[in-house]
Design a protein around this ligand. Structure first.
Ligand SMILES: [Zn+2]
Length: 73
């Protein structure tokens, strides 16, 4: 799946603060995500992000959509 720094993602499971939304701060084997609700930062394996991601907003977009397999043209 295609993600990059600056994306917002919506995860299946809510953070304890109640938010499902995260800002992508770093991508790689592990991602660094910041909770949009409380600002808490976590490191999480890319495999878990791909499994649990329910939507993504890339820079300049306004609505969540399914993650693309590859970088959009
Ligand atoms: Zn939170």
């Amino acid at each position: 799946m295609y993600f990059e720094v600056g994306d917002k993602i919506k995860m299946k499971k809510a953070h304890p603060c109640g938010s499902h939304e995260w800002d992508v701060l770093r991508v790689g084997i592990d991602f660094r995500l910041q909770c949009a609700g409380c600002g808490h930062q976590i490191m999480v394996a890319r495999t878990l992000v791909e499994k649990n991601c329910r939507g993504v907003i890339h820079a300049g977009e306004t609505e969540y959509h399914k993650p693309e397999a590859k970088k959009p043209e």
